[in-house]
Write a protein that binds this ligand. Structure first.
Ligand code: 2P0
Length: 320
């Protein structure tokens, strides 16, 4: 059996920051995202009953040991579900430009979950596929449905992502730094929970914001969606900066993009900034404004425009 799947990254409008259960990858709060239509990951999983171990090729080269281990642990979950002992060869092509600063784990584990489920003959609903992707990486949960999606907090059964109705939206990715981030989000989440005095307030306020965001999406209220997006991103960064030792992802050039976005609003163009675990900034716009926003921000970094993207899907499968 072999299956190939494609998945896209997503950018959170209401952020996921911290787990309630690391083993089951249950988030401390819900989150809401927009899927992108750029930077797909394409992953092929081929079962090999004769192989003694799983293998992983990333962008044509041997994968780092840590990445292979994470993929093997994920495939163990799939094998448990399928009742199979077969090892697999995994080949993954990630089109995120080096240093774009968009986490590849969301599209990566969404594509892997989709391809592996098909290759191992699991017939999973979208909900169960998103629960499975969650075990690979939290943000991958939201790349299964694509579009504008909510990832529910809850127990193992209840923590999945699904699409929600929303107005047409676009994003402009502003890449500031090609450098590796100083500290990975997994470790940074742990440190934030353990040491930031602001973390309990983050959980309380974000839980509230998820509800407000879903209301704004259902109402098609782009302005409210944008205001909540920028506010929630800054609250996340404030919470992370409250950790000890402190973690600061935004740099002076990131802040310059937030300022430029505020100036765009003053000048009458609706745009709202957000940022994840790194210095790059992503700007939420209306589809009709994305070109103008990209032009206005072009001097501050490399800009790439994106519309709202599709969910993960199998593009090829063979065998019996
Ligand atoms: C998000 N981020 O909601 C947040 C905002 C980064 C900042 O999800 O440990 O790679 O694999 O569950 O999903 C990045 O964390 O973490 C992330 P794990 P993940 O998009």
């Amino acid at each position: 059996m072999t299956a190939t799947a494609v998945a896209h990254p997503n950018i959170a409008l209401v952020k996921y920051w911290g787990k309630a259960d690391a083993q089951l990858a249950l988030p401390a709060t819900g989150s809401v995202s927009m899927g992108l239509d750029v930077f797909p990951t394409t992953t092929t999983v081929t079962l090999d009953g004769a192989a003694g171990t799983d293998s992983l090729v990333l962008n044509g080269g041997a994968a780092p040991e840590g990445a292979l281990l994470r993929v093997q642990q994920f495939l163990d979950l799939v094998r448990d579900l399928a009742g199979s002992a077969d090892r697999a060869a995994v080949v993954s092509e990630n089109t995120v430009p080096t240093g774009a600063g968009l986490a590849s784990s969301a599209s990566g584990f969404a594509a892997l979950a989709t391809a592996a489920a098909a290759a191992y003959g699991l017939d999973l609903s979208e909900r169960d596929l998103s629960r499975l992707a969650r075990r690979g990486s939290g943000s991958a949960t939201r790349s299964i449905p694509g579009g504008v999606a909510v990832w529910h907090a809850g127990d193992d059964q209840g923590s999945y992502a699904e699409r929600v109705p929303a107005p047409p939206m676009a994003m402009v990715v502003v890449t500031i730094s090609a450098g590796e981030k100083a500290i990975g989000s997994r470790e940074a989440m742990r440190r934030t929970i353990a040491t930031s005095p602001f973390y309990p307030a983050w959980v309380t306020s974000t839980t509230e914001t998820v509800g407000e965001m879903l209301d704004a999406c259902a109402a098609g209220d782009f302005t409210r969606i944008g205001e909540l997006t920028e506010s929630n991103a800054l609250r996340m960064h404030a919470t992370i900066e409250g950790a000890f030792p402190p973690i600061r992802y935004l740099n002076a050039r990131s802040v310059a993009v937030f300022d430029a976005v505020a100036e765009l609003r003053t000048a009458g163009t609706e745009a709202y900034a957000t940022a994840d675990a790194g210095p790059n900034v992503v700007v939420l716009t209306k589809p009709e404004d994305r070109g103008a926003v990209a032009t206005a921000l072009a001097g501050l970094g490399d800009v790439i425009e994106s519309g709202t993207g599709p969910g993960a899907r199998v593009v090829r499968s063979e065998g019996t």
